[in-house]
Write a protein that binds this ligand. Structure first.
Ligand code: PLP
Length: 412
């Protein structure tokens, strides 16, 4: 396929690192536009996974034999890599989890148990993914705290004046996403964090969608917690990160009990390991964690700035073309957006659209995208979502827009 772009990135070379893209689906070349759900895995990541299972497989931190030492070293290399990737003050502030969902649940349970009290308020936005809603509902219920929702406007932007009004001496935590998975809104998280801090609140940033697109610097952001998932960053599934500030992590009780998170266990009582191990009970996804390092290498080699510039080019190109689709209704037109386009087409149900596009080899997401409260606000059941990654091309967008136009013309 010819690739045209003004970027300095060599998109064809990038595509060559994703063999999965080179296949036909329903007799048509695959066009993968479901990257906000899960991006495809870079070959260097797959190679690292294969190497682990073929050559290095052993449990970590416990054994003294060569394979155990090798896998422990590689596992800890990923922690170091995350530390550099998000610029935490130290590697010990990096907890390796199963994903964003587990990271947020860890904070909601552990921090919530220690710090949330009756009458406290947790502020989350109308844009949140269920994984940044439900853990707080559970924590609030346990503590007798309550949840307040930061409103958004009709474009999908957080209304900052309303946020300021919601902040009070009852606000214990502000937990928002960096980029909305449903609408692509890039939230002014730095400003949100600064206001929360002024108000004495703890902050958590759900960076699941941000990590593959924007450079994250937790010290510059000045957040207390940040969560992300490897599988949205060209890495393996089953791996995520919780960044937490040392003083908070040290003050928090363990989340799960088991191997690795202890210093000493007796039937009279147990003492806990230091951070980060205190929060890493049991055998993790060792191979996947090791391979995740190569996903961060992949992103850093391309450079976040180059990735973002190219994805913006794709976004603008697609927006201009989609205007020509009869009955096209964009959902989410925020001031700053990542390469996510949510939409409806008049007279066509989103599920039907998703299926009709799949027949043409085009993978998009349909439904509520795990943001039902956002869909309620928008008074819709769901949307169709096309989300672009760095390996997507304008030629793929041409094919997608043409297919969408053909479908839309049949119904409008
Ligand atoms: N938060 C946001 C904004 C997301 O987009 C997602 C996944 O789609 C999650 C959280 C949950 O991530 P995971 O399923 O990897 O735990």
């Amino acid at each position: 396929m010819a690739v045209s772009a003004t970027t300095s990135l060599d998109i064809q070379k990038i595509r060559d690192q994703f063999p999965v893209l080179d296949q036909e689906v329903n007799g048509k070349p695959l066009i993968y536009f479901d990257n906000a759900a899960s991006s495809q895995t870079a070959k260097s990541v797959v190679d690292a996974l294969v190497k682990f299972y073929e050559k290095d497989h052993a449990n970590i931190h416990r054994g003294i034999h060569t394979l155990a030492e090798r896998s422990t070293k590689d596992f800890e290399a990923t922690r170091e890599r995350v530390h550099k990737f998000i610029n935490s003050a130290e590697a010990d502030e990096i907890i390796l989890t199963k994903g964003t969902t587990e990271s947020i649940n860890l904070v909601a349970h552990s921090w919530g148990t220690k710090f949330l009290k009756e009458g406290d308020e947790i502020l989350i936005s109308q844009l949140e993914h269920h994984s940044n809603i439900v853990p707080w509902q559970l924590a609030a219920e346990r503590a007798g705290a309550s949840i307040k929702v930061i409103p958004i406007d009709e474009h999908g932007d957080i209304i900052m004046d309303e946020f300021k009004k919601l902040l009070s001496n009852k606000t214990k935590l502000v937990a928002v996403n960096y980029i909305s998975n449903s609408l692509g809104t890039i939230n002014p998280v730095k400003e949100i964090i600064a206001l929360a801090i002024e108000n004495g609140a703890t902050t958590l940033i759900d960076a699941a969608q941000a990590a593959p697109h924007v450079k994250i610097d937790v010290q510059a952001l000045n957040c207390d917690f940040l969560a992300l998932s490897s599988h949205k960053m060209y890495g393996p599934t089953g791996v995520g990160v919780l960044y937490g500030r040392r003083d908070l992590l040290e003050a928090m009780p363990p989340y799960q009990g088991g191997g690795e998170m202890i210093k000493d266990v007796s039937f009279n009582g147990t003492t806990y390991n230091d951070i980060p191990y205190k929060f890493e009970a049991g055998t993790p996804n060792i191979g996947e964690v090791i391979a995740f390092k190569y996903a961060m290498d992949f992103i850093d080699e391309l450079g976040h700035e180059n990735i973002q510039a190219y994805e913006n080019e794709l976004l603008e190109y697609a927006n201009a073309k989609l205007e020509l689709v009869p009955g096209f209704i964009p959902i989410g037109t925020a001031k700053k957006k990542a390469s996510v386009i949510s939409f409806l087409v008049k007279n066509v149900h989103p599920y039907d659209l998703g299926q009709l596009l799949d027949v043409k080899g085009i993978a998009v997401r349909t439904g509520h995208h795990c943001t039902q409260p956002l869909m309620d606000f928008l008074e819709i059941d769901g949307t169709v979502r096309a989300s672009f990654a760095v390996y997507n091309t304008k030629e793929e967008i041409d094919t997608f827009c043409e297919a969408l136009k053909n479908i839309a013309e049949r119904f409008n």
